[in-house]
Design a protein around this ligand. Structure first.
Ligand SMILES: NC(=O)c1ccc[n+]([C@@H]2O[C@H](COP(=O)([O-])OP(=O)(O)OC[C@H]3O[C@@H](n4cnc5c(N)ncnc54)[C@H](O)[C@@H]3O)[C@@H](O)[C@H]2O)c1
Ligand SMILES: N[C@@H](Cc1c[nH]c2ccccc12)C(=O)O
Length: 352
């Protein structure tokens, strides 16, 4: 990878390579853009196949956080950190060492819990730095708030694509029944939708079937179902050249980060098939909204107002995309970049 060409193309401000020998630690912190405020992004621990894969993940996820914050109108920038390690080798000392790196950045980057980190790991980080959120989960964790945003996003997409203002009788397929997916199922069930669900955990599918009368399907069947909506709430890169030809649903709206394997190619493939895609970083902003509010002083009413805005923001993006013949992802990016450019102009004027 040509490093500077890549970060220039993606627009990153700074990438930090953190290395320590005792304990051994390899971490990458990517700060994408701080025009709107300090960069926020959770820390993921993963046994990446190689360093380039780790760097690519950090770069792509941090850029997504910038767009997420800008579309949600939250005054923070985008960042992301990855620790290259096997989850089996996690130790409290590793997280203390990582926390010391975070402290040296002096608040330009604020982090928290992502894949393979537990609340206990976050507590270890917090022993070395205060630039970490979700230590005391005053709000009960971000997943229920993320799910509320996803539910509203499904409603916005259904309104735009299917011209319906309610979900009663609609068939929705949910991939992944973890913290977010199970809460999305709850909200969909309450509003009268019929659920089709899958997970690699048989316990989770059995529980959602018991609670909401959902129809359980095998993981490989989820994309080919004849349903109204598919809500991916498990993994990234699930919208790709293998799955898109199978999709019959007119709407894709779910929580997973980085759903499009290739933004340009697969975003366009969805458009060509007449499928409306709710950009992941817009529909799943509830988690960021939640942790941001934990940081500034939690006010539940304010959180729900900000999450409610996801509905109108998505309608604006769908409208922009159809009027300007853009993919929904491109339209969302344009909205985010407009807001960032405005913030930069205000900063420049303040300096004059
Ligand atoms: N938690 C949040 O607040 C939040 C915020 C924004 C985005 N997200 C994204 O939403 C997604 C879900 O987050 P979560 O917190 O619910 O995670 P989670 O780990 O609690 O749940 C993920 C679920 O997906 C299942 N799964 C894994 N592989 C699968 C497969 N091939 N087929 C079907 N199911 C599979 C897992 O068994 C698990 O039940 C992730 O992509 C995450 O990055 C989460
Ligand atoms: N990981 C969430 C947001 C989030 C949860 N905990 C955090 C801590 C710090 C920064 C961001 C977060 C997302 O992808 O949107």
């Amino acid at each position: 990878m040509n490093l500077f060409e890549t970060v220039q193309e993606m627009g990153h401000e700074q990438v930090l390579f953190c290395h320590g020998q005792d304990p051994e630690i390899k971490a990458i912190i990517a700060i994408h853009d701080t025009s709107l405020g300090p960069a926020m992004g959770a820390t993921r621990l993963w046994p990446y196949v190689n360093e380039e894969a780790a760097l690519r993940d950090a770069l792509r996820l941090s850029r997504g956080m910038t767009y997420k914050a800008a579309c949600a109108n939250i005054p923070v920038g985008g960042g992301k950190a990855v620790i290259i390690a096997n989850p089996e080798n996690k130790t409290p000392e590793l997280f203390r060492a990582y926390g010391r790196f975070i402290e040296t950045i002096n608040g330009r980057f604020i982090t928290g819990q992502d894949v393979n980190l537990t609340p206990q790991d976050v507590r270890e980080i917090s022993k070395e730095t205060s630039y970490v959120v979700g230590v005391e989960e005053r709000s009960g964790g971000p997943a229920p708030v993320t799910a509320k945003g996803v539910f509203l996003g499904i409603k916005a997409a259904v309104k735009f694509r299917l011209q319906s203002t309610h979900l009663e009788g609609l068939q929705v397929a949910v991939q992944g029944l973890g913290n977010v997916g199970s809460n999305v199922c709850h909200l969909l069930h309450e509003s009268g939708a019929k659920l089709f669900v899958t997970d690699i955990s048989k316990e989770k599918t059995a529980e959602i079937k018991r609670q909401f009368g959902a129809t359980v399907v095998e993981p490989e069947e989820i994309f080919s179902l004849e349903v109204d909506v598919i809500a991916p709430c498990a993994l990234g890169a699930i919208l790709n050249s293998a799955t898109i030809p199978l999709i019959q649903a007119p709407v894709i709206a779910g929580a997973a980060n980085n759903q499009l394997e290739n933004e340009k190619l697969h975003g366009q493939m969805l458009v060509d098939k007449g499928i409306l895609y709710a950009p992941d970083y817009v529909i799943n902003a509830g988690g960021l909204i939640n942790v941001y509010n934990e940081m500034i002083g939690y006010d539940e009413e304010k959180v729900f107002q900000q999450v409610d805005n996801i509905y109108d923001t998505l309608l604006e993006i769908f409208d922009r995309s159809s009027k300007q013949s853009l993919t929904t992802n491109e339209a969302a990016k344009q909205l985010a970049e407009d807001r960032i450019m405005r913030a930069r102009k205000v900063k420049t004027l303040a300096l004059v």
